[in-house]
Ligand binder design. Sequence first.
Ligand code: DOR
Ligand code: ZN
Ligand code: ZN
Length: 421
Amino acid sequence: MNLWIKNGHIVDPATGRDEVGDLYVVNGKIAKELTGEYETIDATGKYVMPGFVDLHVHLREPGFEYKETIRTGTMAAARGGFTGVCPMPNTKPATDSPERIQKILEIAKKDSPIHVYPVGAITIGQAGETLTDIEGMVKAGAKAISEDGKSVMNAALYEKAMKEAARLGIPVMAHCEDKNLVGKGAMNAGKVAERLGIPGITNAVEDVIVARDILLAKETGAKLHLCHCSTADSAKMIEEARKDGVNVSGEVCPHHFTLTEEDIVEDDANFKMNPPLRKKSDVEMLKEGLRKGIFEAISTDHAPHGEEEKKKSIAEAPFGIVGSETAFALAVTELVKKGILTMSELVQKMSVNPCHILGVEGGSLAEGKPADITIADIDKEYLIEKDAFVSKGKNTPFDGKKVVGKVEYTIVEGNVVYPFK
Ligand code: DOR
Ligand code: ZN
Ligand code: ZN
């Protein structure tokens, strides 16, 4: 269906548009003028933006369909304003072969209302021993490789993977966590962990791998993308590395710029994720890093889990919280309304830069581009309600939080995929 999106505040960093106006969609693409029959969307008082792309989600299919499926996870993303997502490979079996990539794309084609850009594992079964067929996975449609859920601890193996990624021109998305250093750590090492009697995760658990990965990227020329950065030193290292010419980018998740360890007042596993909520000085640095452009992407690390699993103690429960349906509101509430980012900068971090990092189309409302569009009211105030999530995962620390910023429409190739029909 063709669309006349009327009188919205169009923010399109790619063309420099930041003004109230109209946007036309014809045959799934942004058009200069309307032709044929069309529907009208009144966007008065709302922002009209290129569709958001989430570089980091867990869709759990295959293997953990009780937590989420490709269908429910992509619907949750659509509700959150995302027109594309990158599912991480830590499923069961892991996404570790061209056939597995193909299978995800096959399921996505029938079940997903939005684009799915699969991420292939770096080692077979994510066991850290044998490299996957990276070229085969890329030919099958993988857009990046990652060992997410863990790091490849064998630096020699990882170096090989980086060389291969560099040759193929795809990014390496790094979950930075030293397996030996982390031990049984379950939340940030500090006074709150001590009070609750829960083993801690130091900043060094993340930082030593960030340092290693940057050095390997420098040597191999690989495009390194650092996932869910949570420490002050990760920001400093990215900034330094970039001055040094290293091809490195970084993302921050909404929970890491919204909450600190001090928000964990009792043993509640809805506050448990990996990396953990850090101390205030780290969080301040993450926000400063977003403001200065050290971090060019905001991703969710949407990590749904079953209710029973998350009822356990922080020491025992699995890591991860859901994020697809709260990310935009948290970003508007914590970053835009507090003067850290402009709307245009937020659109860069949720749409333009993710597309650029992945090397996919999107992130632009220029004429002729695919009509992937997010329309939102950034002044609408409401309470986050986990029971309203379309994700199977209700594991969020934000239930009942007052936020501003509501996604009103998500449009993929000219089709309104949210609100659901
Ligand atoms: O919190 C997390 N959850 N961090 C990860 O690295 C993995 C993810 C998951 O798969 O649940
Ligand atoms: Zn991770
Ligand atoms: Zn993850």
